[in-house]
Design a protein around this ligand. Sequence first.
Ligand SMILES: Cc1ncc(COP(=O)(O)O)c(C=O)c1O
Length: 396
Amino acid sequence: MIETSRNSRQVKYAVRDIVLVAQEAQKRGLELRFLNIGDPNKFDHVTPPHLIEAAHRAMLNNQTGYGPSSGTDEAIDAIRQDAQKSGIKNIQDIFVTVGAGEAIEIVLTALLNPEDNILTPSPVYPLYSAVQSKLGVKENTYYLDEKNNWMPDPHDIRKKINDRTKAILIINPNNPTGSVCSREILLEIADIADKHNLLVLCDEVYGKLVYKGCKHIPLASLNDNLPVATFNSLSKAYIAPGFRTGWGIISGSNKKLHNLLEVINQLLRARICSCTPINASVKAALLGPQDHLDRFIDKLEKRKNITVDILNNIEGIHCNEPQAAFYAYPEIDVKDDMAFIRELILNTGVVVVPGSGFGQKPGTSHFRTVYLPPEDTLTEAYNLIGEFMKRWRNRK
Ligand SMILES: Cc1ncc(COP(=O)(O)O)c(C=O)c1O
């Protein structure tokens, strides 16, 4: 038998792992309703044509060879302009990657030895847990406060810092909760990071998908000297996850960052480059027309309202109102979320992801729903959840 590596065996990805249960439900003849994957293009959302045209032109112009390891000058310049517009000033480096996912993996790899840790929110987008498992790093979690609309809890962050902590991760807007950090919380986190000499990792892939009355503030825009790695991509706001194109922006004091930048660039060179023709779409996306955004947010806001209204009318479910993105993370009054969701899928065909795939406070249960599907699909799915919950509670 060929032995596999210890670290790889720990890698899990609940969002896709749950599909195995869905396949079982399908074999039973159930119609599946997928509320598990954050891919807008699976539903009635399409990539803005000017992004496609830019990539198409690049391909016809033979820009199909390898490109520079950090991305084309044109893409980097567009990312710089977009970042500066959002208030990020002291930019030290920008690099284009295979989705934000690769930028995240490269920065964590450059930063961490197995004995180190980063403060990771709970719940968290599972890619971070997967990368830390691969690196053999033990996750050091801090809690998001459900009672305070899932804001990071600075008190808990302070408590969890130890002498091997190298960074604080914030996902803002958040997956899986759909919450957006307030300016006060961001300033507090920046202050903690500054005092403890920590890098801040800011995942902002949903930064442009914020609902009316709410504002997304990039943490890096609040402190020019603080070392910050900001991650973003074309996947969500530009409805092009299959383009697999994202980027990292490193900002803050050059004196504190130049070691890290050297190693990040070593890693970037070792994997050659990102997808060259799609680099052309980055400029089209960031500097071209943005009118798809209002339409997309409008649709999402309606679907968010349906989600919150129906779920909060089900006994045994409580759902905080998301302020951005297309996820909600309702609490469910059940003991074992994994068992509940498994039975839910097998009995209704509604596919959501159990909270244990993202993390939650001990003694609580949740699931994540993705409200990208059309309104009638959502209504049917949530009504099925309501009926199932009633049966589940009656048999207790
Ligand atoms: C919070 C968060 N960060 C990063 C990613 C990865 O995005 P990309 O497609 O750019 O790799 C996702 C994808 O769902 C996400 O939700």
